[in-house]
Design a protein around this ligand. Structure first.
Ligand SMILES: N[C@@H](CCC(=O)N[C@@H](CS)C(=O)NCC(=O)O)C(=O)O
Length: 233
């Protein structure tokens, strides 16, 4: 890859975009970012993104940009130095499985913050808790930290750092038990939050933006955030 060849089409809150931004930063690959409003998608964007989703990665002058974060991660891995995937095929396949697990977690998070009634909210919260317990068991079986793969930062870390970033905001929303009593996840989450690539994957105003997004949800969690947020003076 040569400098300035890459443009990551982004949205300020998107966890899938953050994966790619973290991987590029870890590999010290310079890239530009172009932000779009997903509630008012520009026509140039819908023309280039087959599913109408971010991230999209524009590579040089290619007229056919890359879409889907896992494909983008694989491209970054294949073309830039400092490997973030294990070299061993079976370990690599396992990491891919956990990347997919991370996407299921994100879908469940979406169901959780969008739940419109208490029963659905509780069910989504329980499902999310179950996934976190399964992840905790995996970390326990693996033994060494501080990252998913011991002291090696990997693509799996690029996937879970944005997942854990959500929890910083969710925890302000009240009586959550999503991560209570899960020490391996707690330690991993803390290490990821310290990582410059993770910190730099979002703007400084990420938490405020997520707060505004939550307050605008017509959902159980949205209602909680509206109650917590004082009205403008
Ligand atoms: N499977 C996709 C998911 C990406 C995704 O869901 N992006 C969201 C923002 S976080 C999006 O663009 N949503 C717009 C839409 O669905 O219309 C990936 O891994 O890239």
């Amino acid at each position: 890859m040569t400098q300035t060849d890459l443009t990551l089409i982004s949205h300020h809150l998107c966890p899938y975009v953050q994966r790619a931004a973290i991987a590029l930063a870890e590999k010290e690959v310079p890239f530009d970012r172009r932000y779009i409003d997903l509630s008012n998608k520009p026509t140039w964007f819908t023309a280039m993104s087959p599913l109408g989703k971010v991230p999209v990665l524009q590579v040089g002058d290619a007229t056919d940009p890359l879409f889907e974060s896992s494909a983008i991660l694989e491209y970054i891995e294949d073309t830039a130095g400092r490997p973030l995937h294990p070299t061993d095929a079976i370990q690599r396949a396992r990491h891919r499985g956990w990347i997919e697990f991370g996407s299921t977690v994100l879908n469940t998070i979406g169901g959780f913050y969008s739940a419109k009634d208490t029963d659905t909210y509780e069910a989504q919260q329980a499902k999310l808790r179950g996934l976190m317990e399964r992840l905790e068991a995996e970390l326990d079986a693996r033994g060494a930290g501080p990252y998913f793969d011991g002291d090696r930062f990997s693509l799996v870390d690029t996937v879970f750092a944005p997942v854990f970033r959500y929890f910083n905001t969710f925890e302000q929303g009240g009586d959550l038990y999503l991560l209570t009593g899960l020490p391996h996840i707690a330690a991993w989450r803390m290490e990821l939050a310290k990582r410059p690539s993770v910190q730099g994957a979002v703007h400084d105003d990420f938490a405020e933006r997520l707060q505004v997004f939550m307050c605008a949800r017509q959902s159980v969690l949205g209602e909680r955030f509206r109650r917590m947020t004082p009205p403008p003076a």
